[in-house]
Design a protein around this ligand. Structure first.
Ligand SMILES: *Cc1c(COP(=O)(O)O)cnc(C)c1O
Length: 229
């Protein structure tokens, strides 16, 4: 083993992960939910293998990346070295990356427009691989942000299913940074319920406990595990 790997295994012994695990367990108890009903996605974007390996070593198996190219560069090797890794794409997807995304990822959280639906459907059918799919909502209706506006969500989900034949598992949201997240989580849960969707991808380092209170099944936590980016 190279010296820097030895150093990182001790220095980065993942205290962040342990703290996040503890907080998830606490939030689940408080919400009277089973710990098994919440999947922790460790968001490893910008961090290299030396930072990721100790987190895998501590037992974490579900990871999130926001860029297809970055994930392609660092994950195939880790996936073959450590069995049972699941990789989630949590960032925007371009249609021309759909092939690589379907090949590499076990879940895509950023389904938000017809061109992506079409590209995903094509790749799913040809690769016979079925990543779990989440429709991303833009609950804050922020012009710069990806996601479907709440008013268009029902029609978009219906189109995903009927027009593109996609099995949608749930909804994802990223609340505006300068607002209380709870109303955004509650709105996401409400839209999911009325569309028969069981999975909710919501909650990041600053607010995952609140998200669990409001029904999150997937929390996407980066900096609280890996440190500042
Ligand atoms: C980076 C990112 C996260 C994790 O954010 P932290 O605040 O570091 O926990 C979660 N979701 C998405 C979509 C992200 O891009």
């Amino acid at each position: 083993m190279k010296p820097e790997m030895t150093t990182s295994l001790t220095e980065l012994s993942p205290s962040g992960l342990a703290a996040v695990e503890q907080e998830i367990a606490r939030a689940c108890r408080q919400a009277r939910r089973d710990r098994g009903s919440v999947t922790l996605i460790a968001v490893s974007k910008t961090f290299d293998a030396a930072a990721i390996v100790p987190v895998i070593g501590a037992g974490q198996r579900v990871f999130g990346e926001n860029r297809v190219q970055e994930a392609k560069a660092k994950w195939p090797e880790l996936i073959s070295a450590y069995p049972g890794i699941a990789l989630h794409l949590i960032g925007p997807l371009q249609s021309n990356k759909a092939r690589e995304a379907v090949a590499l990822f076990d879940a895509v959280h950023s389904v938000d427009r017809p061109s992506i639906c079409e590209a995903l459907a094509k790749e799913i059918n040809s690769q016979k691989k079925w990543p779990e799919l989440f429709v991303q909502l833009n609950t804050g209706e922020e012009p710069q942000k990806a996601g479907v506006p709440p008013a268009e969500a029902d029609a978009f989900i219906a189109a995903c299913r009927e027009r593109y034949g996609l099995a949608i598992s749930g909804l994802m949201c990223i609340p505006p940074v300068d607002e209380a997240p709870a109303p955004h989580f509650a709105l996401t849960a409400k839209i999911a319920a009325r569309n028969g969707l069981e999975k909710l991808s919501m909650g990041m380092s600053a607010d995952f406990a609140i998200a669990i209170q409001l029904g999150a099944t997937h929390v996407r936590v980066g900096s609280a595990i890996f440190g500042k980016r």
